[in-house]
Design a protein. Structure first.
Length: 210
């Protein structure tokens, strides 16, 4: 695991504090949409964006993928690395924000972003970073909670206008991409963990043609 964080210190602090409040924030199970959508893919190189406590990364590694897992929270990464050691799998952990990480361009057969908290910028930096990481022939899989983009910001620090949503990514897809899935569906909800009250997903799966 990298010791030197690369990214916005305020974002790291926010997520470190959130993880530190609980011994386990998420369910510990891989996300259902990921399991469903990856089932037919041949294992290759995968980037797990916002890996949290590592459930998706570990599941992918067990399935034969070569995993690079990206996360802003050092607290989460330490937990993820511990879980991976217990599972006996190898994962490359990267302590960085998506737009600041020194990721090799066009090098991942799968880029998976499950419910990512990616901050929106005028230049669409996060959206473009997701697309840039996918290798020709590879797949971008972006999953988010349905309806979150229209969530009211009153009585909450959360403002949907601050974040990237699947529709913003799909709007950047050009002739170099083929959309394979773009739909809302019932969510396969794991027991326990934050976010369990969300019942539906928006799933965007796009393949880079060249």
């Amino acid at each position: 695991m990298s010791d030197g964080y690369v990214g916005d210190p305020a974002v790291r602090e926010e997520w470190d504090n959130r993880y530190a409040e609980r011994q386990q924030l998420w369910s510990g199970q891989p996300n259902g949409a990921l399991v469903e959508e990856v089932a037919g893919l041949a294992p290759g190189r995968v980037l797990d964006v916002g890996c949290g406590e590592g459930a998706d990364a570990i599941w992918l590694a067990r399935a034969g993928w070569e995993v690079t897992a990206l996360e802003v929270s050092g607290v989460a990464l330490r937990r993820a690395a511990s879980h991976a050691r217990e599972a006996g799998v190898g994962v490359r952990w990267v302590h960085a924000g998506l737009t600041e990480a020194a990721l090799p361009p066009a090098s991942f057969d799968l880029v998976s972003a499950q419910y990512p908290a990616l901050l929106r910028t005028p230049e669409a930096a996060a959206e473009r970073a997701l697309l840039a990481a996918v290798a020709p022939g590879g797949v971008l899989l972006l999953v988010h909670h349905a309806g979150m983009d229209t969530h009211s910001s009153h009585d909450s620090a959360f403002d949907p206008a601050d974040y990237v949503w699947p529709s913003m990514v799909s709007a950047l897809l050009d002739a170099d991409w083929r959309v394979e899935v773009d739909e809302q569906r019932p969510r396969l909800v794991p027991e326990g963990g934050a976010g369990a009250h969300h019942t539906h997903d928006v799933v965007l799966r796009a393949r880079r043609l060249r």
